[in-house]
Design a protein around this ligand. Sequence first.
Ligand code: SER
Length: 341
Amino acid sequence: MRKPVALVTGANGEIGHALIHALAERGDLAIVALDLNPLPAPLARLCAMTLIGDMLDKNLLERLISEVAVREIYHLAALLSTRSEYTPDTAHRVNVGGTLELLRLAVSQARRDAIPVVFVFPSSIAVYGLPDRETKARAGAIGEGQFNEPTTMYGCNKLYCEHLGRYFHKHFGQLDLTFQPSGVDFRALRFPGLISADSVPSGGTSDWGPELLHAAASGNAYDCFVAPDARLPFMAMPDAVRSILGLANADPSRLRQRVFNVGAFSVSAEEIRGRAERAFPGARLGWAKPGARAAIVDSWPADVDDRAAREQWGWAPEFGVDRAFDEYLIPTLRRRYESPA
Ligand code: SER
């Protein structure tokens, strides 16, 4: 009898670290972590198995399902938006090719045991493309169906993978005479920029938020690459993990769509800087001339409308802007960077 497991790809990333702790706490499924790089030992100890390798490696995935029964997939592995603009071909191969491999794995797994596989996919506000700053300011909180015209390779990859997920969920191989359901229960969250007090992201475009805060807390100088009034929706990492597990555990009969916005708070760069300066007096924060990365931020929404997530599976963030800064980010960053006495 193969052991039932939850598979986490991109396990070594920011979300991966936080999610593995939460899955270990949930405790109902053993965890298999997959990443290109080895996990730190304390994290690896929470996993039943750690696989170091490429998710595009078919042999690796085949071996995996011959050894364990994958019941849930948290497919976090991806090249983020800024990195993807430097290497768009690789981004497409990893972000789209990797997702397709994982969806295939989910189908063979689900059909083998005749048990659906829950496939959780973190999508992003990068799927939206607002044409200019005026439209962004006017649009306010935007719904899932609006402005689906991404301006980045990463955004295109995420939007297409959402479509692939919906296709696998419902129509996979629909003209095959032996048609049988795919068994893939696909669920996606469109995340705002995420901010963790425990790690700094790399390769993203919303990175100015966390970079600015970590620099202020650690005493490093930082020049923010967006204009002071640049605004994005953000979410504290504990809420991101709660939303992933909230959607994964949601009653399937209540879900009327596969892809959900999830929101928490919307802030400008100026507001983040103000909060950082008040918390860490002496922080050396400045502004760089806004360039191409700032233009990407201008094409992402200022806020998201997440009513569908609230209504269909009870999404509610625990960290609004004040709690996120005052009760999670600032105190945790202080502890993290405070010099030993
Ligand atoms: N935060 C991500 C990035 O900036 C978007 O999902 O790339």
